[in-house]
Design a binder for this molecule. Structure first.
Ligand code: HEC
Ligand code: HEC
Ligand code: HEC
Ligand code: HEC
Length: 379
């Protein structure tokens, strides 16, 4: 009796394990043929996953356009270092937009601004946001081989949250379970690598450092290819993240008969190539230099700043927000660095008799931190 019961338990446990661990998804699965017929360049989409994702990829309505003209923010406000060349109307709608994109729920304007003095840089979030403005401009101006004219806004990564949903930190603890030696970055099974046992932080070597990703030799072993299997595993971990981050199969970018051959790869692989370089550059040029600005509770276990990878923007979609451009409504502020306002030389001699007095400089906006025209003060 006892053994039968035990056996039943074992069978039940095995059946459960099979259910839990099987990678199978319930049919139907949609298939989209990519390359020529017969080349197996097919993409599989789970319609239920796609439907669930649609909500995350709808775009908020743009702020109403600013009135033409008006004085420039840099001549009116005290401490604008990046957006000084915008008219105050365009500046105000940019402030409204970034509030909606980054901190709509908590405190609104006060998420970045201390009290009534909007010129004050006391809050770290404001200092970070200034750098983020520059990062966004840089992406849109200099990384067109990746983002095209579609571009990005703060919303691409933030989606209404101060901390984007997908960021990464360095993997610091490399001890295997039970303290049994070095686990070579493996067997952590994190979500970023789709729960696999591959190295769980392929980002440090490839999206922060510039370790070589390609390892395939041109000839059979032992002559041409001197790269190790271990090296291949790091590449596979990155590729797993890329597939997952974009919600696509490997064949979105590769012909599986020759993963290494660029001439047989779809054009998306080239876009991805630039994406890798872009993510690496953004982490090094913008995120790492912010390390001392962020408070400890925002940093990883190794004290490093949160960094971005493909999922930070893509969030499981082949193009972020399914390719919708929010940038088109914020071109003046975010498409490229805004040229600083040209400061007029001080008027030297008093106007000669009969000449009109110089127009007064705009004095409407006080420097006490009142909200710019048309903007509601934080409640
Ligand atoms: C996500 C952070 C963030 C939020 C939220 C935010 N701001 Fe700002 N604000 C900034 C940054 C950064 C600057 C400086 C921009 C620069 O240096 O070009 C700034 C500058 C300003 C200035 C210029 C102050 C001066 O004299 O130098 C005003 C006015 C302002 N913001 C108003 C607002 C209002 C009103 C809101 C709410 C609708 C708001 N901001 C929400 C980040 C933010
Ligand atoms: C490419 C992705 C990306 C874009 C675009 C982006 N951010 Fe960020 N942002 C990040 C990452 C990554 C962090 C670090 C997360 C953290 O705070 O720990 C961050 C952090 C911040 C923080 C600090 C939040 C906190 O509570 O610690 C602010 C504020 C911010 N971003 C504002 C902006 C603004 C404003 C824009 C648009 C001008 C913008 N970001 C565009 C990725 C992005
Ligand atoms: C979004 C596009 C994209 C997806 C999806 C993708 N790859 Fe890649 N893959 C690339 C790019 C780009 C490179 C070259 C990277 C470089 O040199 O910087 C590459 C390189 C490789 C290499 C190395 C080739 C060589 O020359 O040694 C292998 C192997 C590989 N990928 C396998 C995969 C596998 C397996 C998957 C699915 C789990 C996958 N890739 C998914 C874009 C992609
Ligand atoms: C700063 C945000 C951002 C990051 C980070 C990012 N991408 Fe993109 N990516 C975009 C945007 C925006 C587009 C849409 C461009 C367009 O409209 O053609 C795009 C398009 C693509 C495409 C083209 C898809 C197609 O069907 O044509 C591929 C492939 C891609 N990204 C791969 C990657 C990979 C791989 C990474 C990480 C190494 C990455 N991206 C990181 C913003 C980003």
């Amino acid at each position: 009796m006892r053994t039968t019961a035990n056996r039943l338990k074992v069978v039940a446990a095995l059946a459960l394990a099979a259910l839990v661990t099987s990678g199978c998804e319930r049919p139907p699965i949609d298939e989209v043929q990519g390359g020529y017929r017969g080349t197996a360049m097919v993409q599989m989409y789970n319609p239920r996953v796609v439907a669930a994702q649609a909500a995350n990829n709808t775009v908020p309505v743009a702020q109403a356009a600013a009135a033409e003209g008006g004085p420039l923010a840099g001549t009116v406000y005290q401490n604008v270092q990046v957006l000084g060349g915008l008219s105050i109307g365009e500046f105000s709608r940019t402030m409204l937009a970034i509030t909606e994109w980054v901190a709509p729920k908590e405190q609104g304007c006060a998420y970045c601004h201390e009290g009534a003095n909007f010129a004050d840089d006391a809050k770290y979030t404001k200092v970070v946001a200034r750098k983020m403005l520059q990062m966004t401009q840089k992406i849109n101006a200099d990384w067109k081989p990746h983002v095209q004219a579609t571009g990005v806004t703060c919303y691409t990564c933030h989606r209404g949250k101060p901390v984007p949903e997908y960021v990464w930190f360095k993997d610091v603890d490399n001890t295997a379970a039970g303290g049994l030696g070095n686990r070579a970055g493996q067997n952590q099974s994190t979500a970023a690598i789709n729960g696999s046992s591959l190295p769980s932080d392929p980002f440090s070597p490839f999206l922060l450092g510039s370790e070589p990703i390609r390892f395939t030799g041109d000839s059979a072993l032992p002559a041409g290819n001197r790269k190790s299997i271990k090296q291949a595993e790091w590449t596979f971990a990155l590729m797993t993240h890329m597939s997952q981050g974009l919600g696509v199969n490997c064949t979105y970018c590769h012909n599986s008969r020759a993963f290494n051959d660029w001439s047989q790869s779809p054009p998306q692989r080239t876009t991805a190539y630039y994406g890798i370089r872009m993510a690496r550059a953004l982490n090094n040029e913008f995120m790492v230099p912010l390390t001392d600005v962020f408070p400890a509770h925002r940093k990883g276990p190794g004290g490093d700043v949160a960094k971005l990878n493909c999922a930070t923007c893509h969030q499981g979609a082949y193009k972020p927000l399914y390719g919708a451009s929010m940038l088109k409504d914020y071109v003046t502020a975010l498409a490229a660095p805004v040229p600083p306002p040209v400061v007029a030389p001080p008027v030297e001699a008093p106007p000669a008799e009969g000449e009109a007095a110089p127009a007064a400089t705009p004095a409407e906006t006080s420097s006490t931190g009142d909200a710019p025209a048309g903007v509601k003060q934080p409640g």
